[in-house]
Design a protein around this ligand. Structure first.
Ligand SMILES: [Fe+2]
Length: 291
């Protein structure tokens, strides 16, 4: 991503996973390591395993068919059902970790951290850690279906879908780079809560996260971001829609009464989209042979 793919790629290449530059995020890493260490010391038990995570992995492998495909409704429901039941412990997390207890905000822009559980051409599983005040700025998911499950914390989500047809304004008050987005969510989510789904053109494909408390979000992306395949991440600035903007008639007819709209303008990669990456040390998925 710039939000996802790059970090995920780093994870797959093993080039930077585990390097942590932010002290608070590093604390997460230490805590997770300590937890594993304790388990090892306490006895030679089997490696941590989560049936829920394994179920999720196997379902993803079954459901995601690659670029250009969107899972049918029954498969979306199957994945949601698995995700809805998942707990922080299924990916090695706990409310008791110091990161999630912290109430203070850090100086400057709080950095977001990500960790990669699994990635293949058809889908990826990753977790984002947002400290209080941390932001994943407004970004899109081109051609992707994305499941998000807030595992811990409280988070504000704002999301948009493009208003179609994608007419540009024809007046002098707006630039041709502006496109109209319809607000799909503008809500605070608090864990435990059900998962949410976005699709290539519906469900709030363009979204932003702002952490109200320290958060962990499990994301399932199908397919993952890929610059080579034309699924790079774009970022946007939103400006509330004003009725005095000149619009062509087709667009006015498309807009629905009672809905909220904003102008979305693509922007350069924002500074607060930069993330740290840490190694995933929770329960592993097991790549069993296909049936
Ligand atoms: Fe996203």
């Amino acid at each position: 991503m710039r939000i996802g793919a790059r970090l995920v790629d780093q994870g797959m290449n093993g080039t930077s996973v585990g390097h942590v530059s932010h002290s608070k995020v590093g604390y997460i890493n230490r805590i997770i390591k300590k937890k594993r260490c304790t388990r090892r010391i306490s006895r030679h038990r089997a490696l941590p395993f989560s049936m829920a995570l394994q179920d999720l992995f196997l379902a993803c492998r079954d459901i995601f068919k690659g670029p250009g495909t969107v899972p049918p409704t029954e498969d979306v429901q199957r994945l949601c059902h698995i995700l809805d039941k998942m707990r922080p412990e299924d990916v090695g997390l706990s409310q008791d970790l110091q990161f999630f207890k912290s109430k203070s905000t850090t100086k400057g822009t709080p950095r977001v951290t990500n960790t990669n559980i699994y990635k293949c051409d058809n889908f990826s599983l990753c977790i984002f850690f947002l400290p209080t005040g941390g932001v994943i700025p407004l970004h899109n998911h081109p051609g992707m279906t994305v499941f998000s499950k807030l595992l811990l914390g409280s988070m504000h989500i704002k999301s948009y879908d493009w208003v179609e047809p994608s007419h540009e304004s024809n007046g002098s008050t707006t630039s041709s780079e502006l496109r109209l987005g319809q607000v799909k969510a503008d809500t605070v989510f608090t864990a435990p809560c059900n998962s949410s789904v976005l699709y290539p053109t519906t469900g709030g494909n363009i979204h932003a996260f702002t952490a109200i408390t320290p958060c962990a979000i499990l994301d399932v992306l199908g397919p993952p971001y890929s610059q080579e395949d034309g699924r790079d991440c774009s970022y946007y600035r939103d400006t509330p829609y004003t009725t005095n903007a000149a619009l062509n008639d087709d667009l006015i007819r498309t807009m629905e009464d009672g809905e909220r709209y904003s102008w979305l303008e693509e922007i350069d990669v924002p500074e607060n989209s930069q993330m740290d990456s840490i190694e995933y040390l929770g329960p592993r998925v097991i790549e069993t042979g296909r049936h």
